[in-house]
Write a protein that binds this ligand. Sequence first.
Ligand code: HEM
Length: 229
Amino acid sequence: MTWLLAFWRSSIGGKATMAVTGLLLFGFVVAHLLGNLQLLAGPEKLNAYAKMLHDLGPLLWVARIGLLLVFALHVATAIRLSRHNKAARPVAYAREATLQADFASRSMVLSGLSLLVFVVYHLLHFTLGVTNPEHFAKKAQGAGGFDVYSMVTASFANPAIATAYAAFMLVLFLHLKHGIQSLGQTLGFHHGRYTPWLKTLSFLLAAALAGGNAFLALSVQLGIVGGKL
Ligand code: HEM
């Protein structure tokens, strides 16, 4: 156990932890978006999907706890690495590249913390029903207690909620764009020939994931889903 802690504390161990946990969280965001896209297919599809997840029973809880642990490890390692970088920083910047790297890592910490705020809000909103109990109640009222469609469309019919979700997706875009690029570099794609490809790929993946979610958040306002409730 102590060697694992020592590895996590090392610079390479910290980077490896960020890469593995980042990849797992990326996988979650892909899977979650694919599930959320059922919103476009209508209430039956989305509610059947929600029921299928719920019917996983204990397995769902294993996945939830695993996700929480991965998320906590990602945040804790990011905080440790950023403290470590600050402590190791020279008094004056000798090279422009150092300045750029410092700005990028600081903006990653900032966008990451904003995403933490988003996830807490999102859980209070759709999973725990604290922020808008009137929307959360719609979930239990219809479709055998799995009317996630009514809950989500009622929420996104509120322009403030829809705009807040879309704004957070802009933060998700920035975080993913840089995160995917960093992951590529950690995996060794740090070469003159690959760097432009990696930049394009991270831009496209981040735009598809964050854009897809932002589109769903705005879909009711745009009149594509549900109609204003
Ligand atoms: C427009 C975009 C999104 C929609 C419509 C959406 C919808 C939902 C819904 C309906 C639930 C609750 C499911 C239920 O309890 O029945 C949920 C849970 C969750 N969402 Fe989202 N989500 C969106 C974006 C995101 C993003 C971008 C993230 C992460 C960065 C995220 C992370 C989570 C997490 C961690 C849970 C809890 C999972 C669980 O308890 O099983 N969501 N989402």
